[in-house]
Design a binder for this molecule. Structure first.
Ligand code: FAD
Length: 463
């Protein structure tokens, strides 16, 4: 078997692997081998449904060294006045260019597409080409980087966890754009961001809310997009962050926390009579939320067990359906909820989120820390994983991660300089606002509130 040598073997060239590699190689002369079973970098975006967009601005997504999009502010659509968000084709094209125009020309990176990593992330590092069947052994001088720990699943590639009768009209969300005649109605399966996107897309395209039935095993809290705007809109973002820290510092329970967040415009749900049991960090505009609230046929009978031609069996009951009804699968769970593990563990790096979502920023920061520090204890002190967002209390973990990553780490001059200059940090580039009293007031407020918020976050999570 052929053997190649490298400093770092990065398994997976999705958003995480690309941001990590770009930051690592940008800070030094490390040699990197990237392996992905897909033909091109970009990960799950290659399988995304046609109308998907980032839910955060493009301005803070991708790799640090190259902008994604033009930092334009939308003038039409659901996000008027907010920073543009890339579509899946834009994201895939962007990563291809990053590979071809940045990483490969650096001479530091080799990319092996259509190859399965079949090693053990410990001693044995082997990948096999899906095209030739030939295996290659990799001798890793420094570290193997696992970007696959959280395993993203999307509707196009996942297998539904319920039985489906043969003649049911069932389709992954991406197939909606191929409909050639109006069905009797739309039954949307799933309560997450994909289902929200599917419902919104139907409404935006003129489908009456009454023709949409939404099977939501769990209701979800969502975050307003106005609270996560960078660059020229960073002032309101900082004010929202300060307000969130104030609420986090005072909340007496998770329920109390959300009631205060909702009252303050920092969290939203689609039905005020239902207490959500899910929080996955979905970020929506007010226009999207207003539209989704118009859907009144919401089925809350738990998970689907069987999709039949004339009835749907759920955990807690049954509902009728009909053969002309389209059933849209949005039940893929985007991330596996794996327990956090140390990001730096001797000769292995396991990429995970630092701030709850914001994959690019987290992975690039880990790459920066790997390139600029030598001691694992120090690296793990700077990069603390925040587990995959799933339940309402995970909002607290996400904000605790933001306090740690953006505020506590800024005590280190080197980290402060990185946080200031990386385009992936929503609150980066604040140096240019030194004369802006509104921003300075928000920053002073944040500094004053961080310790009590952190303290109460620990208390709430412990209880
Ligand atoms: C609809 C949707 C919208 C989203 N919007 C945002 C957003 O706005 N902001 C945000 O931060 N996040 C968003 N996310 C989260 C998103 O998943 C991350 O931004 C990011 O794309 C995840 O990248 P990844 O590299 O972790 O995983 P992936 O994209 O899954 O990449 C992992 C790669 O590893 C490869 N791989 C796995 N196993 C092997 C193996 N054994 N051998 C070889 N290759 C392997 C896979 O082929 C894949 O290319 C969104 C997710 C979804 C589903």
């Amino acid at each position: 078997m052929k053997t190649i040598d490298t400093d770092y073997l990065v398994v997976g060239a999705g958003a995480a692997g690309m941001a990590f590699t770009d930051a690592l190689t940008g800070e030094g002369d490390a040699d990197v081998v990237m392996v992905d079973r897909r033909a091109a970098p970009g990960g799950h975006w290659h399988d995304a449904y046609p109308f998907v967009r980032l839910h955060q601005p493009s301005a803070t997504y991708g790799v640090n060294s190259r902008p994604l999009g033009h930092d334009a502010i939308d003038t039409m659509g659901s996000d008027v006045g907010l920073y543009e968000r890339a579509t899946a084709p834009e994201i895939c094209g962007y990563y291809r260019k990053v590979l071809d125009e940045v990483l490969l020309p650096s001479g530091q990176v080799r990319f092996f597409g259509m190859c399965d990593y079949v090693g053990d992330f410990a001693r044995e590092h082997v990948f096999t080409s899906r095209l030739t069947g030939i295996s290659t052994r990799v001798r890793v001088r420094r570290k193997v980087v696992d970007t696959t720990y959280l395993e993203v699943a999307v509707p196009a590639t996942h297998k539904p966890a319920f039985a489906i009768d043969a003649d049911v009209r069932f389709m992954p969300v991406g197939e909606l754009v191929h409909l050639d005649a109006a069905p009797s109605g739309y039954t949307i399966l799933g309560g997450g961001k994909t289902a929200m996107d599917a419902c919104y897309w139907l409404l935006e395209n003129g489908v009456e809310p009454a023709r949409i039935r939404w099977i939501r095993p769990r209701d979800s809290w969502v975050l307003p997009r106005t609270c996560f705007q960078p660059l020229a809109l960073v002032g309101p973002t900082l004010e929202a962050f300060a307000q969130a820290l104030e609420i986090l510092g005072q909340a007496v329970s998770v329920e109390d926390l959300y009631l205060q967040l909702e009252a303050g415009g920092l969290a939203r749900r689609f039905d005020r009579t239902v207490t959500p049991t899910m929080f996955r960090g979905a970020i929506l505009s007010a226009a999207e939320c207003d539209a989704l609230e118009r859907i009144e046929q919401v089925v809350r009978l738990g998970r689907i067990r069987r999709l039949g031609t004339d009835r749907i069996v759920l955990e807690h009951g049954e509902i009728p359906t009909d053969p002309r009804q389209v059933h849209v699968d949005c039940t893929a769970s985007a991330f596996k909820v794996n327990p956090e593990r140390a990001i730096f563990d001797r000769d292995r790096i396991t990429l995970q989120g630092l701030v709850g979502g914001f994959t690019s920023f987290s992975a690039a920061t880990i790459g920066f820390v790997e390139a600029t520090r030598s001691d694992d204890v120090e690296k793990n002190r700077l990069c603390v994983p925040t587990r995959t967002l799933d339940q309402p209390s995970d909002w607290i973990r996400a904000y605790r991660g933001m306090i740690h990553t953006n505020l506590m780490n800024a005590a280190d001059p080197d980290m402060a300089a990185w946080l200031e200059r990386t385009r992936l940090n929503i609150t980066g580039g604040l140096g240019r606002y030194q004369d802006d009293p509104r921003i300075q007031a928000a920053l002073a407020r944040i500094a004053g509130l961080a310790a009590s918020a952190q303290h109460n976050a620990d208390r709430l999570l412990a209880s």
